[in-house]
Ligand binder design. Sequence first.
Ligand SMILES: [Zn+2]
Ligand SMILES: [Zn+2]
Length: 112
Amino acid sequence: MQSEPSPSAIRIIREGQRVELDWADGHQSQFDAVALRWLCPCAYCRGEAGLPGWLDANPSLSEQQTTFTGGELVGSYALCIFWADGHRTGYYTWSLLRTNCACAACISAPHG
Ligand SMILES: [Zn+2]
Ligand SMILES: [Zn+2]
C-alpha cells in the first residue's frame, strides 16, 4: 500500500460545475466549484512565508471566481483547475482533495 491517496478516475463536469474523484481504495469524493475555489492552495490564495493569502481575508467571490472552465492533470500528483477569472495557479494535490473530502463518511470521521 502506498501512503499517498491517488484517484483511479477524475471527472471534471463543467455543466454541473463539480469535480468527482474515484479513489484507488474505492472511496468517492465530490467537490462543487465554490468549495474547490475556497480550497485553492496557491501562494496567492493561501499566502506564503507566514503571510496570509487572499482567501484568508474572507473575500466575497464573484461568479467568475467560482466558475471553472476546465482543468488538467499536473504530473501524476495533482489537478489544476482553470477558473473563469483566469486564475489557474492552484495545484490541488490528491492528499489535499482527499483530506477535504466532504462526503458523509469523511465528515463524521476525524481527518488524520
Ligand atoms: Zn489560488
Ligand atoms: Zn469521503
